[in-house]
Design a protein around this ligand. Structure first.
Ligand code: PHE
Length: 332
């Protein structure tokens, strides 16, 4: 190979090197201990060359070496500018150099705020599983096998017979058993339903369940807690009303509405399904409904976050679109 062929081969290899590691390999192949260029000199028997030949070789060799260094340097600059980094060279112990602040997701912010309010009212915060038994999601809650809520279209069933919880009510049985009575607890979490997506329906959304069980708990306690909670969330006195609502795990069951101004119109907005815990639900957790009573409510955390921030489309919340997420503050 003559010297110019070597230079051209080097240039060709550099052209396809796109990382620092690839560059280092090219360098080793040409200028390393056993490199193509290095070996040129090793393979020459200088004693057999005339002084002129020696000089010519030296000039050609040095020129090639300088050219190789210059090509390598140019490739290095090009790679640095391209921003491509080797996984092996990425040093995750170095401080980050991206100074943009993350933002707190509106669902997280809403959840933390709601948790604080309930803690101040003596409720503890409890977390459960997203995949639960059929018993926890349905049977324990007095939802019989033929209830439409079990429709295959609404529920994500797993091959092992478990379900992705369709509501945080799936925590009721476990919380009653583990916390015992009297109890006051909330359980926020992610829920799943096999929904057709549109601006108000997602297959993945957040609820917050609350329960209070003690001797002599009544609907009056339910209304008082709901009103105090909503007044704290919206930072003004909130009017609430109850309408009858049906859920197999409460009796009586209600829909709780609160009065607010939505799109410039003052009106009742449905926010929280709730009711007095059904005796069957208490009994399923080993609690005597003759002695204890309680209320339960479900709060759509996703819905609340949308109401508070004026978010028009539920799908924005799960999209991980930075243009959306970065509109929220970085701290609470
Ligand atoms: N789990 C019910 C739902 O998801 C809401 C609910 C909770 C109703 C607690 C009553 C009591 O629709």
């Amino acid at each position: 190979m003559n010297l110019d062929d070597i230079r051209l081969a080097l240039v060709a290899e550099l052209a396809s090197a796109s990382t620092d590691a690839a560059l280092a390999q090219v360098r080793a192949r040409y200028l390393g201990k056993d490199g193509v260029i290095t070996n040129l000199r090793k393979n020459v028997d200088f004693s057999k060359l005339s002084p002129e030949e020696r000089k010519a070789f030296g000039t050609g060799f040095n020129t090639l070496k300088d050219q190789a260094e210059a090509e390598l340097e140019a490739a290095k600059v090009r790679i640095a500018a391209s921003g491509v980094r080797d996984a092996v060279e990425f040093d995750y112990t170095l401080p980050g150099n991206d100074r943009r602040m993350g933002a707190i997701h509106p669902i997280v912010a809403t959840t933390l705020e709601v948790e604080d309010i309930f803690r101040s009212m003596g409720f503890s915060v409890y977390h459960g599983d997203e995949a639960v038994s059929e018993f926890e999601n349905f049977d324990a809650l007095n939802i019989p096998g033929d209830h439409p809520a079990r429709d295959m279209q609404d529920t994500f069933w797993m091959e092992n017979g478990m379900v992705l919880r369709t509501h945080t009510s799936s925590m009721q049985n476990r919380a009653l058993r583990q916390l015992g009575v009297p109890m006051r607890a909330i359980f926020p979490g992610r829920c799943f339903r096999n929904e057709a997506l549109d601006i108000t329906h997602e297959n993945t959304f957040y609820q917050l369940e609350g329960m209070m069980v003690d001797k002599d708990v009544s609907v009056a306690n339910l209304i008082a807690v709901m009103r105090d909670f909503l007044s704290a969330v919206f930072r003004r006195d909130i009017e609430v009303r109850l309408r009858p609502g049906f859920f197999p795990f409460v009796e009586p069951g209600f829909e709780l509405d609160f009065k607010t101004t939505l799109n410039g119109v003052r009106r009742w907005v449905e926010l929280m399904p709730c009711g007095m815990i059904h005796p069957v639900v208490l009994r399923n957790a080993g609690i005597d409904p003759e002695v204890y009573s309680g209320f339960a409510f479900g709060l759509g955390l996703t819905r609340l976050a949308m109401l508070r921030h004026g978010i028009p489309d539920i799908r924005l919340l799960n999209k991980a679109d930075l243009r959306f997420n970065q509109q929220f503050p970085a701290a609470l």
